[in-house]
Design a protein around this ligand. Structure first.
Ligand code: AMP
Length: 374
């Protein structure tokens, strides 16, 4: 029985791969809406601070993993005290908190954007002088998909900005005029061996991942360097499991690590249809002490995220016929009942002869979905 902390779509796809491989799964949802419940063998629908839930989880699961980094550190520690948890609570704690994440990158000499830690209006004023503008103010804890972020262009009143930001710790980061965003998925096994997938080129819409293009349209040396850096991150964290490392690729060719995800990542969903081993199978393999599978890309691919605003109505799905008529597009839906706002409802992988061909078809389908949406 494989235990998973969190019950979102990443947990759902983990459970589906685990089942295919003959494992049983136990999902602890944290009390949140949980697309994974219906595909798990068993589920515990309770908050992460529940002592009874903890007892049941560690009694039933042989080994555990996470699908969501914002799990209280105490819960991670309590699970790890009883059963094997991969990745470790320490690795998750670093990735779930921007200040710790930045400190980690700095300590290990891994390239990252200049930053300063801010805990008051005075410190924000000093940080603006040090880092300069434009800059991005980010909450230290619980940020994702651009949430808890504010761009400062210069001229703002630090006291007013700090008062409105409503947090007690933040990081001010230099704004990076990147050429493109990249990410690399890596799987690191019990024996320390590590495999890296080809970098994905990521484009966002409203701060949420829109499309991932694989292979990224970069030279072989940039691709190789991104993989090397991602492997170094996994090694420095003494990581066991699957992780995503996000990069900014600058016009001068250099790479900066933006952030890390201690779990499967949205930009790795193409691996379900386009790679020898999916990122979810890697997670199963590595937490179970099996060797990682080949990360080889079998076909160029574009992953299109399907967000709630593509739904004509909260409970009415789009017409999928154009997508199915494509023949080389593969639909993955997460079983969420209501398409609220820009919630991630699913994704589609478009296989193609080359990334441009796949992108063109994905963009056509996307335009139709957006026309029919809200
Ligand atoms: P994050 O939640 O840190 O991944 O930020 C979400 C998105 O905001 C990133 O994928 C970038 O597109 C953008 N962003 C974040 N930090 C910076 C930065 N320092 N400079 C430029 N863009 C940024």
């Amino acid at each position: 029985m494989l235990g998973i902390l969190g019950g979102g779509q990443l947990g759902r796809m983990f459970c589906m791969e685990a089942r295919r491989m003959g494992y049983r799964t136990l999902v602890w949802t944290g009390g949140l809406e949980a697309p994974a419940i219906v595909v798990a063998d068993e589920a515990i629908d309770a908050p992460f601070d529940s002592a009874e839930a903890l007892e049941e989880f560690v009694a039933k699961a042989a080994v555990a993993t996470v699908e969501f980094e914002n799990i209280p550190r105490e819960t991670l520690e309590a699970v790890a005290a009883k059963i094997a948890l991969h990745p470790s609570p320490n690795a998750v704690a670093i990735c779930q908190h921007r200040e710790r994440e930045k400190a980690f990158l700095k300590q290990h000499g891994i390239p990252h954007a200049p930053f300063a830690v801010v805990a008051s209006a005075e410190e924000l004023a000093a940080a603006i002088l040090e880092i300069g503008t434009p800059a991005v103010l980010k909450t230290a804890a619980f940020g994702y998909d651009g949430k808890g972020q504010l761009k400062l262009n210069g001229g703002e009143d630090p006291a007013a900005v700090w008062a409105a930001f409503e947090t007690d710790r933040a990081v001010l980061e230099a704004f990076i005029p990147f050429e493109r965003e990249l990410s690399v998925m890596v799987a690191r096994s019990a024996d320390g061996s590590v495999v890296a997938y080809d970098p994905a080129e990521n484009r966002h819409r409203h701060h949420i991942l829109d499309v991932s293009i694989v292979p990224a349209r970069i030279g072989p040396s940039v691709a190789a360097e991104a993989k090397v850096i991602a492997c170094r991150v996994a090694e420095a964290l003494d990581y066991r499991g699957i992780m995503g490392v996000e990069f900014f690729h600058l016009p001068n060719g250099s790479l900066l690590v933006n952030e890390m995800a201690p779990r499967p990542h949205n930009s790795g969903h193409h691996t379900l249809d386009a790679c020898a081993t999916s990122q979810f199978e890697q997670q199963v393999r590595v937490i179970c002490g099996l060797p990682a599978g080949s990360p080889r890309l079998l076909s160029p691919v574009v992953m299109l995220n399907l967000l709630g605003d593509m739904w004509p109505d909260e409970q009415v799905p789009p017409d999928w016929m154009p997508l199915f008529q494509d023949g080389s597009a593969f639909l993955h839906l997460y079983g969420k009942r209501r398409a609220i706002g820009r919630r991630k409802m699913g994704h589609a992988n478009f296989l193609g002869a080359d990334p441009e061909d796949a992108l063109k078809r994905a963009e056509t389908i996307k335009a139709g979905l957006l026309r029919g949406g809200r």
